[in-house]
Design a protein around this ligand. Structure first.
Ligand SMILES: [Cu+2]
Length: 218
């Protein structure tokens, strides 16, 4: 009996793994999929005919879990699921990162940088969190794309100790928030009026991967 259940569990996990990529690629998180799968029921159609028998999904319970699905989604968003920050900046992670930015962030092992850039074009003001990630040594998002004339507001989260924002060598313009401070709610604003690549870091955590970049486009 236990061998039989072990075999089923093994098979099931193998099937789950097979679909991992598709779950990752879908618009649902694995958490959301879990919820969806608890609501979906499976039946065997034509079970008396081995040739015609097939598994069909009964999805009639799905509408009932929609409110819960929305809950999961808003909780994830509230936790800062990489979607920028508090002011509701809507942006999209895209992967055509300029090589100058990709090189800079990769060489410095920038935290929270995963080879994508948040596209915030079309917005007048964009917020970047200062003191993000598991140890608070990250800018979030690490890489952003904005239109020329957009103001970037760096906002301190209070995590990770004292931080600042200082332009790096190779940045199209120079900017500096001054001495590192720790206080939550501190802000530093900078508008970028011309197209170019802006590179920056936090002085105390420069060696700890606290780097960020802004691509300013026309
Ligand atoms: Cu810092």
């Amino acid at each position: 009996m236990s061998e039989w259940t072990d075999a089923i569990v093994g098979e099931r996990m193998a099937v789950d793994n097979e679909f991992n990529d598709r779950v990752m690629a879908s618009r649902f998180s694995s958490q959301e999929w879990g919820l969806i799968m608890t609501a979906a029921e499976f039946e065997i159609e034509d079970s008396d005919d081995p040739e015609a028998a097939r598994i069909v999904a009964d999805t009639s319970n799905l509408p009932a879990i929609m409110p819960e699905l929305e809950n999961v989604r808003s909780q994830v968003a509230a936790m800062g699921g990489g979607e920028g920050s508090g002011d509701g900046s809507a942006g999209e992670a895209v992967d055509d990162v300029p090589s100058e930015i990709d090189d800079y962030l990769t060489e410095n092992e920038a935290r929270l940088y995963e080879g994508t850039i948040m596209d915030y074009t079309g917005q007048d003001e964009v917020v970047v969190d200062v003191g993000a990630g598991d140890v608070g040594f990250a800018f979030d998002p690490a890489a952003i794309r904005i239109d020329a004339g957009t103001t970037v507001v760096w906002e301190w989260t209070g995590e990770g100790g004292a931080h600042n924002v200082a332009s790096a060598e190779g940045s199209a313009s120079e900017f500096d928030s001054g001495d590192a401070v720790a206080e939550e709610g501190t802000t530093f604003e900078q508008s970028f009026d011309e197209a170019g690549i802006q590179l920056y870091y936090c002085t105390p955590h420069q060696a700890n991967g606290m780097h960020g970049a802004v691509e300013v486009v026309e």
